[in-house]
Design a protein around this ligand. Structure first.
Ligand SMILES: [Zn+2]
Length: 154
């Protein structure tokens, strides 16, 4: 996993991203958001998902998790039903895999690079796609994540 010092996260994005020590979240609800992303291995569009939870002490869903290290079985089964390509990797974090060629999609590229599926430029097709698919799950979640984006644009 790359750390913040090594990254070149441009402008506005930088102050919204935390990478480094794993962060624990506990909430009574969460959201699964879906977007489209170009697979760098096969060049096809594939669906990718992310978990969004309320940040500590917040009511609104404003923390988008990446490098998720732990989610409870109840959340895992939701994810398996909605997005079976998002699964635990050998590196012990959850990642999206291409629907076509099964290549693991880089969490950093999806979440931390401007233009990535979960950090779309305003008005970009990726942002429009994001709005199409979001599932609000009114069930508890406890998660440990290696990174979080605050106030995601969706
Ligand atoms: Zn692919």
């Amino acid at each position: 996993m790359r750390v913040l010092q090594d990254s070149l996260v441009a402008g506005l994005a930088q102050d919204r991203i935390e990478q480094g020590s794993p962060v624990k979240f506990r909430a009574t609800r969460y959201r699964i958001v879906s977007a489209s992303s170009l697979c760098p291995a096969c060049g096809a569009w594939t669906q990718v998902v992310a978990l969004v939870v309320p940040a500590e002490g917040q009511e609104t869903l404003d923390a988008c998790l990446h490098y998720v290290e732990h989610i409870p079985e109840s959340v895992q089964s939701r994810v398996r039903a909605l997005a079976p390509w998002y699964r635990l990797t050998a590196e012990s974090y959850w990642a999206n895999h291409c629907e076509h060629c099964d290549t693991r999609q880089d969490e950093y590229e999806l979440h931390c690079e401007p233009g990535g599926a979960f950090m779309p430029a305003p008005g970009s097709p990726a942002q429009a796609a994001l709005r199409l698919s979001a599932w609000d799950i009114p069930e508890p979640i406890a998660a440990i994540a290696g990174g979080v984006s605050h106030d995601p644009p969706f």
